[in-house]
Design a binder for this molecule. Structure first.
Ligand code: DGL
Length: 282
């Protein structure tokens, strides 16, 4: 292989992976990718000016998603990870059609593992209003195994609680009891956390659900899917050095940095604020 081709190839490998969410929930996916692929360069985009997505209309979520995807593409990423269930539910197919680089969403990896672990084939799914209304989870679970029965519940208060840093305590407990009570008579043995914010309160969710229910955190499975896909495509960065991290936010959110640093257990350097009007679709 001529040296110039080698150089181009290695520069493709060192291009960053772009991970995005409406706010800080996608950091649960970001942190699993960091653990699985420490040598990869990573960009995180948090749409902190427009969070939450979950109660907005599908049209607007699709638009926000495409704006972020265009922005990340312009940053030269080699792969896009939609670390947001709401965006995945609404716009995954459109994003896949729109760009040439590989795209990973969070719904397929979560459904794959849930279907492998559920013995009763009765699976609960919790998510934002739009994720639940989209029917993306039941559709995917049925496609894997028509015998699966999916029960859904939207949990709109969980995202603002997490964004406020309230990941435990009496209020979160009460809200969880109210929402998860929906599954009391459904006989589920598996519960998918269909929102990337929810792993931050998985302790409470797991306690309220009880020991008979396996909690599925899609972040870990998504990181596996990222690794497998890059490996298959020969696009893994096998560098022994820790990759670089860059964070883009649409609003300088003190909560994002405070909670993000606590969760990632590291200082968040390289944070830049991107003006929403600079990424608007024409
Ligand atoms: N973390 C997101 C998800 O996985 C979105 C939450 C929101 O913005 O409402 O759905």
């Amino acid at each position: 292989m001529p040296p110039s081709v080698k150089k181009i190839e290695s520069s493709i490998l060192s291009r960053p992976i772009g991970v995005f969410d409406s706010g800080l929930g996608g950091l649960t996916v970001f942190s699993e990718i960091e653990k699985a692929l420490p040598g990869e360069n990573l960009i995180y985009f948090g749409d902190t000016a427009r969070v939450p997505y979950g109660a907005k209309s599908p049209k607007i979520v699709e638009r926000y998603t495409m704006e972020i995807v265009n922005f990340l593409e312009a940053c030269g990423v080699k792969m896009i990870v939609i670390a947001c269930n709401t965006s995945t539910a609404i716009a995954y197919k459109k994003v896949k059609r729109h760009i040439k680089i590989p795209v990973i969403g969070v719904i397929e990896p979560a459904c794959d593992i849930a279907s492998r672990l559920s013995a009763t084939r009765r699976i609960g799914v919790i998510g934002t209003k739009i994720t639940v209304q989209s029917g993306a989870y039941p559709e995917r679970l049925k496609a894997i195994d028509p015998k699966i029965k999916a029960f859904q519940k939207d949990c709109p208060l969980f995202v603002p609680l997490v964004e406020e840093g309230m990941t435990g305590g009496e209020i979160v407990n009460l809200v969880a009891e109210k929402y998860l009570g929906e599954f009391d008579d459904k006989g589920i043995d598996t519960l998918i956390l269909g929102c990337t914010h929810y792993p931050l309160i998985s302790g409470v969710i797991s306690e309220v659900s009880g020991p008979g229910v396996t909690i599925i955190n899609s972040a870990e499975q998504t990181a596996c899917a990222v690794k497998d896909t890059l490996e298959k495509l020969g696009m893994l960065n096998r560098s022994k050095k820790d990759g670089k991290r860059r964070f883009y936010l649409t609003d300088a959110s003190v909560n994002f940095i405070r909670i993000g640093e606590k969760f990632l257990r590291q200082k968040m350097k390289n944070i830049k604020v991107v003006k929403v009007w600079d990424i608007l679709l024409q």
